[in-house]
Design a protein around this ligand. Structure first.
Ligand code: SF4
Length: 248
């Protein structure tokens, strides 16, 4: 399955891309069985999701939610955040990583959205195709495929996309679903094997499950393959078991 305008390319092994298969469906099933039903997201408007996603890189989810709640409380509307000084914004987002850099990106993006659209909203994006929206969003400093994927998938735009954050990227690469590559290429490769029947909501749930695995079991420094519900499907996990069959 290819997205609009995306040409057929070679798969990681150098052979033609395989037809859609059941791997993602099976992974999803096993993760649901292990972690249980995920609480459905109450989607935010696209601008609020954009602000959250800009702030969230290398920051814990609960910290980013708390910072966004603090911003709402302190500034009332996003226009007031846009018009605040860099120093005020930096201070208000002090709990996320790289607040100095993110304050510049945030203020610059909010000003640029206002300049281009005439007011501070991203609701107008709903009338555009998903690939157009993502290209438009990725023009802003600090916005890459992870952030654009989050905005289109998690917000009220509710488009089919996979948010390739560091956890999702690491897990799918260890599983051997895709060869090592950047977030954009990895998402493109995964989208070819996402079942046609998966809605935007289902892809959001899949992301939540995979991220949870990355945060708790398939961690960066210490993947706990023996405890992992996906070990039977995982190239990295199988290698680990073969190297250390009597391990913990
Ligand atoms: S088996 Fe190991 S490497 Fe594979 S997904 Fe699970 S924890 Fe990660």
């Amino acid at each position: 399955m290819l997205r609009d305008g995306m040409s057929e390319t070679l798969f990681s092994s150098g052979t033609a891309a395989p037809p859609p298969d059941g791997r993602l469906e099976e992974i999803h099933r096993l993760l649901l069985e292990y972690f249980g039903e995920q609480r459905p997201r109450a989607p935010w408007d696209p601008l609020s999701q954009f602000i959250y996603s800009l702030l969230s890189s290398r920051t814990k989810t609960e910290t980013t939610y708390a910072v966004v709640a603090k911003l709402r409380e302190r500034f009332g509307g996003w226009e007031n955040l846009r018009d605040a000084t860099l120093k005020e914004i930096e201070q208000a987002i002090g709990d996320v990583t790289f607040p100095e850099q993110k304050a510049v990106q945030l203020k610059g993006s909010l000003e640029e959205i206002t300049r281009r659209y005439g007011s501070l909203t991203l609701d107008f994006l709903a009338q555009y195709r998903t690939d157009k929206i993502r290209t438009w969003l990725e023009q802003f400093p600090g916005v890459g495929p992870k952030t654009s994927g989050a905005v289109v998938n998690f917000s009220t735009l509710r488009r089919r996309a996979l948010c390739m954050d560091s956890h999702h990227l690491r897990v799918v690469q260890r599983l051997g679903l895709t060869a090592r590559a950047d977030a954009k290429t990895t998402e493109e490769r995964l989208m070819r094997i996402v079942p046609e029947s998966w809605s935007a909501e289902r892809m959001d749930e899949d992301h939540q499950l995979v991220k949870q695995l990355g945060q708790t079991i398939c961690t960066f420094a210490d993947p706990k393959c023996r405890q992992c519900p996906l070990v039977g499907l995982c190239k990295h996990g199988q290698r680990q078991l073969a190297v250390d069959p009597a391990g913990p």
